[in-house]
Design a protein. Structure first.
Length: 628
């Protein structure tokens, strides 16, 4: 928990120091009260006391109480302010970190867990700061201060208080040992609930189609029951705490008065009043001592969960992606690579997924020159996707080298490298927005070094930070959906290339038509065409299509390829395909079989030299097409 505090900003630390002063102030006021009470008791018990004096002592007591309330309000305000700006920063940092993750880190944490970690876990930390930090500071100071006030006031009373404190400490330690492991499990079980709920929601159509509601429900019931059982255990354990505290507190009161009665009994007549007054004061202070232990126990209710949550958030923040950023900017690459713009070369590349032992690619070598089309074909699972994922560095090679523009991709600055690439993944991804916003998605070149900016932006603990955040939001809002005429023309051009214009124009608002989250309001083929348009819009040096024509009919497939050849003739195209028709005109076809290159060349050459290719071709083309 302490380690996460390093993410507090200077302003927040300053605010917390002010809160420390108000906390000490509140304790001072609280501990002044019994003294005035003692004065009033003495005045009431002393014959001939003036009513005026009692009013004055009462008035002072009221002022002291108001002082205590004022301090409590200021402390609460500051704690809430610090907790929310700190929570906001942690969420931003975590979001930023997750953005830098590659598929390897995503599968290590799982999407469901990352969602819990940036929502529920941060809420736990926020709650702890709002309530726990006040108590954590307040309770020991108050306990020590109150003990000092009563120490030496009466051996018997002090002993009774000490016994009560020991009972409380033992109870707290035992309870913590019991519930701490359960709190850890609780966050993991919350992950699990998220996982099952997400799976059910994303796979809703399949669930319905296979009448698998009962199966899904059973899975959810199990996850739900596991979480409920754990929560019940911890809540029951914690439920013991409050009654125990009350019993100890009342027991102590009883003991103080019981001891007091015998002390008063034994005292000489003149001392009886003093002993009585001492007893009233002592009982008030001992209540404060027990109250501070009560507060400590509340801290121990909040702390274990917040501690587990802090560890889980730190685990994300401390993870360095396997794919690290290189240094070479576009200008460096042009100098080092000798202007080999648009070339992609694999030099004896082997690749094994981080979580497996079997190599997926072995000794793959090929070269794609500027403007060439290189296609990859092979059976399912032969490693085509794994191969092209190495170009934008979704993963890094295990051996060998991948060179873009003549420079090893590991040396490239990641932003510069990815700005060069238009990537259409196997599974099309569309974002909530409009057709235009999806096609022009890559129109803002990446900003290297944005990390610092985002950390600074996330600091909203100062007025300057909040102004900066507002300016950034206003700039983003001004940019959203406000494309220039030239950009709109380019969106249309990209849609033309992807053969998307016709269906987009048939939509209600044309290019401004809404796209639902995940593109659920357009068909699979339409999604693919918009994804292709998005890549074309960037006008990149390298276009990567991972089986991106599979949902297109043959005529559209051909039209897209013809339009690409004309529009993006300068771009180097890497195409993964299952259909021979899609790739037979490529400059080079690389045939993969079980992660190895078993043939390379043009369609004609491969028909003569590569058995695997010939078999695929024979299964897809007619005799006349084969001999054409
Ligand atoms: N994240 C991963 N971790 C471990 N193994 C993986 C991972 N992704 C894919 N694989 C394995 O790598 C092999 C190659 O997968 P890849 O997706 O590259 O094949 P592909 O040729 O593109 O197949 P398809 O044509 O079906 O898309 C498969 O055996 C698959 O099980």
């Amino acid at each position: 928990m302490l380690r996460i505090m390093k993410y507090l900003s200077k302003a927040e630390i300053g605010q917390m120091l002010i809160a420390l002063v108000t906390i000490v102030g509140q304790i001072w006021f609280d501990l002044e009260l019994p003294d005035y009470m003692s004065d009033i008791t003495t005045l009431v018990e002393t014959p001939g006391s003036e009513m005026r004096d009692i009013w004055i002592a009462g008035g002072k007591m009221l002022l002291v109480s108001l002082g205590s309330v004022a301090c409590a309000v200021v402390t609460g305000y500051i704690a809430a302010r610090v907790a929310s700006s700190f929570g906001q920063r942690l969420r931003s940092l975590e979001f930023r970190k997750v953005e830098s993750f590659g598929p390897a880190e995503m599968s290590r944490f799982s999407t469901a867990s990352l969602i819990t970690r940036s929502t529920n876990d941060i809420t736990q930390i926020q709650m702890f700061i709002t309530m726990g930090l006040q108590m954590i500071v307040k309770s020991p100071i108050m306990a020590v201060w109150a003990i000092m006030k009563i120490a030496g006031d009466g051996f018997e009373w002090t002993l009774a208080t000490a016994i009560a404190v020991v009972i409380l400490l033992v109870a707290i330690v035992v309870l913590m040992a019991l519930v701490m492991p359960k709190f850890k499990a609780m966050q993991q079980l919350t992950d699990n609930i998220n996982l099952v709920a997400r799976e059910n929601l994303t796979g809703l159509r399949v669930v319905r189609a296979y009448n698998a509601e009962d199966y899904q429900e059973a899975k959810f019931t199990k996850a739900n029951k596991d979480l409920t059982d754990t929560q019940l255990f911890t809540n029951r354990a914690m439920a013991v705490m409050m009654p125990l505290m009350n019993t100890v507190m009342n027991g102590l009161m009883l003991a103080v008065y019981w001891i007091g009665s015998s002390l008063i009994d034994a005292a000489a007549l003149t001392d009886k009043l003093t002993v009585f007054s001492n007893m009233v004061v002592f009982s008030s202070y001992s209540v404060q001592v027990i109250m501070s232990f009560l507060m400590m126990s509340m801290v121990f209710v909040l702390w274990p969960r917040a501690d587990v949550s802090a560890q889980r958030v730190l685990e994300v923040l401390d993870t360095d992606p396997l794919v690290t950023n290189g240094r070479d900017t576009a200008a460096d690459v042009a100098r080092i690579g000798g202007n080999q713009t648009g070339t992609v070369e694999f030099r004896d590349v082997s690749f094994t997924y981080p979580d497996s032992r079997e190599p997926i690619l072995e000794h793959v070598s090929f070269e794609a020159k500027h403007g060439q089309t290189v296609a990859f074909i092979g059976a399912t699972g032969s490693g085509k996707t794994s191969l092209i994922n190495l170009v934008p560095r979704l993963y890094d090679v295990s051996a060998g080298q991948v060179l873009v523009d003549g420079v090893d991709v590991r040396d490239w600055n990641l932003t510069a490298l990815r700005d060069r690439i238009g990537y259409v993944p196997q599974k099309s991804v569309l974002f909530k927005g409009t057709v235009t916003s999806n096609v022009s998605y890559g129109d803002r070149p990446g900003k290297s070094g944005a990390d610092d900016a985002s950390v600074a932006l996330a600091d909203t603990s100062t007025a300057a930070g909040r102004r900066r955040e507002a300016a950034q939001l206003a700039a983003d809002a001004a940019h959203d959906g406000k494309l220039t005429d030239d950009e709109r023309r380019r969106v249309r051009e990209a849609a033309d290339v992807a053969q998307a214009t016709e269906f987009v124009e048939r939509m209600d608002d044309g290019f401004d038509s809404a796209i639902a989250q995940g593109g659920s309001n357009v068909s699979g083929g339409q999604k693919q065409r918009l994804s292709i348009a998005r890549a074309v819009y960037r006008n990149p040096e390298i276009l990567i299509f991972d089986d991106s024509f599979s949902a297109l009919d043959f005529a559209t497939d051909r039209n897209v390829r013809d339009a690409l050849a004309a529009h993006a003739k300068d771009a180097t195209k890497l195409i993964v395909a299952q259909r021979i028709g899609t790739i037979m005109n490529a400059d080079r076809i690389v045939v993969l079989d079980d992660g190895r290159v078993v043939g390379q060349g043009t369609h004609r050459e491969l028909l003569d030299t590569c058995d695997v290719y010939r078999q695929i071709a024979e299964s897809q083309l007619s005799k006349t097409e084969l001999t054409a």
